[in-house]
Design a protein around this ligand. Structure first.
Ligand SMILES: Cc1cc2nc3c(=O)[nH]c(=O)nc-3n(C[C@H](O)[C@H](O)[C@H](O)COP(=O)(O)OP(=O)(O)OC[C@H]3O[C@@H](n4cnc5c(N)ncnc54)[C@H](O)[C@@H]3O)c2cc1C
Length: 189
């Protein structure tokens, strides 16, 4: 995370992304005049300890990343070098598709716990939709029991999340793709 001042050319008023097939960078304007920078790498999950580092070693992590991105434009490398730290490590996991379970009248799942997918921009929306639908099913008292409300929620949520999870299955690699998205034909509904 770094102060936004001085990065207008790189990040503009919204976000910026770059990738070379093996490494990616995604910078996004956040509140409080800050820019959050995500670096996306195709590396083993233990890349920090394997590199003799700890997550608390902000300078060491920064030097390691600058070395990995050494061939990149100095303007983009500034987004790695000129930040406040500390770093957060977020390995990318996904649940199997479909992810279902035997109905239990008093327990259910929502959000990532129900359908963790590659981070391609849908997780928060799905989590909020799940929460609204479950809350409505429980609150509207259209059901005689909690179990029926849970079943109604799951009947909508499970097919919806399975359909999206199928679309995104294995799509984490797209975060590193050098192909530009085809904005002219992509359906953004
Ligand atoms: C790098 C990255 C970028 C992403 N970008 C986007 C994006 O641009 N758009 C988008 O829609 N989605 C994005 N996502 C996905 C999105 O963040 C998730 O889908 C969303 O946060 C899921 O919400 P949730 O409430 O289900 O889970 P979470 O947000 O993970 O919330 C779960 C909460 O439960 C807490 N918790 C865990 N265990 C316990 C426990 N035992 N007791 C008490 N509390 C506990 C956790 O600390 C956490 O606060 C991104 C994800 C990642 C990793």
């Amino acid at each position: 995370m770094g102060r936004a001042g001085g990065f207008e050319g790189e990040v503009g008023q919204g976000g910026a992304a770059a990738a070379d097939g093996d490494r990616g960078l995604f910078a996004q304007r956040n509140s409080g005049d800050h820019i959050r920078v995500h670096l996306i790498q195709r590396v083993p999950a233990d890349w920090i300890t394997a590199g003799g580092l700890t997550l608390q070693d902000t300078d060491g992590i920064r030097a390691h990343l600058l070395e990995r991105y050494r061939d990149w434009s100095p303007r983009l490398r500034r987004l790695i070098s000129d930040n406040d730290g500390p770093s957060v490590d977020r390995p990318i996991f996904a649940l199997p598709v479909p992810h279902t379970w035997e109905h239990n009248p008093t327990v259910t799942l929502l959000g990532d716990a129900a359908h963790l997918m590659p981070p391609l921009g849908v997780g928060v929306n799905l989590a909020m939709l799940d929460a609204c639908e479950l809350a409505l099913a429980l609150a509207l008292a259209r059901h005689d029991t909690v179990g029926e409300a849970v079943r109604t929620y799951e009947k909508t949520m499970l097919p919806r999340s399975t359909e999206t999870a199928r679309l995104l299955d294995g799509a984490a690699a797209e975060l590193l793709s050098t192909e530009l998205p085809d904005f002219a034909t992509t359906d953004h509904r």
